[in-house]
Design a protein around this ligand. Sequence first.
Ligand code: FAD
Ligand code: NAP
Length: 339
Amino acid sequence: MAEILENVSLRNLNTFGIESKARYFSRPKTRDELISLLRQRHPAGLQKRVLGGGSNILITGDVDALVIRYDDASMNVVRETDEHVWLRVGGGHNWHELVVRCIETGLAGIENLSLIPGNVGAAPIQNIGAYGVELAEVFDSLEAVDLGSGEVHSYRSDECAFGYRDSIFKNREKGRYLITDVVFRLNRKPDFRLDYGDIRSTLGAMGVETITIGAVSEAVCRIRRSKLPDPAKLGNAGSFFKNPVVSEEVFEKLRALYPEMPGYPSTPDMVKIPAGWLIEKSGWKGRRIGQTGSHEKQALVIVNYGQATGTEILDLSAGIVADVSSNFGITLVPEVNIW
Ligand code: FAD
Ligand code: NAP
């Protein structure tokens, strides 16, 4: 039976490093422990919240809820063919450790997603993506426990409505489930994605002659370490906002005004504009207000210089949204989950 603790500090459990107390906190290690935790008698109306690695949340006060951190880090091969291996992984498994394990065992598909913080159970929530690859490409299915009823539900890939940093679990089913297991379909033969950003040039600088999934992972790690603040040293939750996606028509009008504005093809007839560029051009890159600010190397990352509260960070983000809106007519939407 998973123990329930009271008034637990979440400071070391969120990568922003925000101090906050959870009224109740529990860490079930198995699905059975989770279900019996959910079926216990709790105070009427008690909310349940799921916490993974805490790398995509902004906590804005004490959390008057039962906060559940699921600790199952199991990993099993469930099916194999000449081309693919299906791996079932517990929601509490660290994401980057899964990437490393796959590379060690020659399983390709997630090497470009190296060094993303957090746990496997959170990965489908925003369909994690980086360096031209998204989780959806290797996702097979998941199992999740309904936090209200304790029932187990399964979702296939086509039922998850995966989109750009988006899924059904960030919209219609937001807050309903705890994802306990994810099944990945990994490739025995790599399909290298090297055309994004500095991957090729970094592989060149590393002196790599024969490309391997390990070399690609190492290149991605090097690029990330050179650009992104390490949450262990400077609190942050990665990109604070999503990159906005606008119609080609809107993009062309903006480009007439700002010829250097970058844009990348998104879904048909739509263009993705890097939010970091809009924030930088609005004068926020590297700007600090008290204990928080936009990072000096990547404007899209908001950092905690040590003692910021969640509300201070939220206020700073509102200032950024207002300036980008008045400069470009685009409303930035947070990617980070606000608690
Ligand atoms: P948490 O922050 O704990 O939770 C995020 C949300 O998911 C919350 O709403 C929570 O309730 C819910 N949740 C968590 N676990 C579960 C579960 N098991 N079941 C149901 N709901 C759950 N993201 C990218 O996509 N690409 C990147 O390249 C990337 N780079 C990053 C770099 C840095 C330095 C940082 C700090 C963050 C980065 N992120 C990136 C964001 C973040 O790492 C991912 O979104 C990650 O998947 C969050 O995992 P987590 O376990 O920390 O989730
Ligand atoms: P970057 O390379 O400076 O690029 C800025 C933005 O432009 C990125 O967000 C990216 O969109 C887009 N972009 C760049 N080249 C592209 C291409 N060839 N095709 C399509 N889109 C392109 O970005 P960065 O901040 O250093 O991050 C590198 C990668 O890591 C990105 O994929 C980013 O999403 C990911 N990352 C995510 C987080 C997070 O918290 N979500 C944090 C850090 C890094 P995309 O975001 O769609 O790739």
